[in-house]
Design a protein around this ligand. Sequence first.
Ligand code: GLV
Length: 331
Amino acid sequence: MPKPHILVTRAVFPEIIEKLKLHFEVEANTDDVEWQGEELVRRLQGKQGAFTTGGVKIDAAVLAGCPELKICANMAVGYNNFDIEAMTRHGVMATNAPDVLTETTADFGFALLMATARRVTESEHFLRRGEWKTWRYDMFAGSDVHGSTLGILGMGRIGQGIARRGALGFGMKVIYHNRSRLDAGIEAELKADYVSKEALLKSADHLVLVLPYSPSSHHAIGAAELRQMKPTATLINIARGGIVDDAALAAALRERTISAAGLDVFEGEPSVHPELLTVPNVVLTPHIASATIPTRLAMANLAADNLISFLGGKGPLTPIVPVAPAIAASK
Ligand code: GLV
């Protein structure tokens, strides 16, 4: 039987390409240039599958140009690069890479929280500039993490991982807000209390955003929400750019409406709002929350296994929309 053809849209671990080659004719983006729009459509001609990463947009225009495409497997848990409604309409299976990155991403959320609260990068820059001349009683004095109130907006797997670290590791009081409330048993295990969004904003000493991006979460944190937070509070975003209004946040940081922020994701990334680059009280990282070698390898393997399983007729492993398999299989 001839092997299906697939496109690997960005560079990935060589062993993943080798594994895919056992099952498919593979066109791989070895130069790691960004293929979008017309270029992506051109590359996808004759391909039944695509191995995608979070920056590769699969929208109605791309789908209209690729009638042979049956599956896009995202090497990311987030999938706001997919137009799921259009994919369903075109009968294209969409899969993501959940679970395998949960603990690594929760670790990073905590790293960013601690770096922000304890002013790690700001003080390092000061030291590197050669400005450290003496001890001072309040030099880079930040806020405590242990024993403080940890607020979590979005309480999926990663949010729960952060709650566990906060409650069990740092004795934090954990409060959260989410579309749906957790089971009482999980709340008890995490020592997490469900509160309104307003109460979350008002009470959190450290507010971590871990909700998926969608039109309804666009600018979930804007000027009005920032004004409700404590002036001593920190805000951590490891979710997606666009959930925070970055211009409003930059203004709040400059005016000290809140004390500091830690951001791994940005509106319009890899561009960063220019004012965020000039305010000192923000820790900035380039969307690396899941970036450890074992976890990135696990994510890539899961995306590859979705392609292998689905195009091998066995169904997807981690479909985003559970009903889509039937549609795509009948294509
Ligand atoms: C990273 O942002 C992911 O969604 O996996």
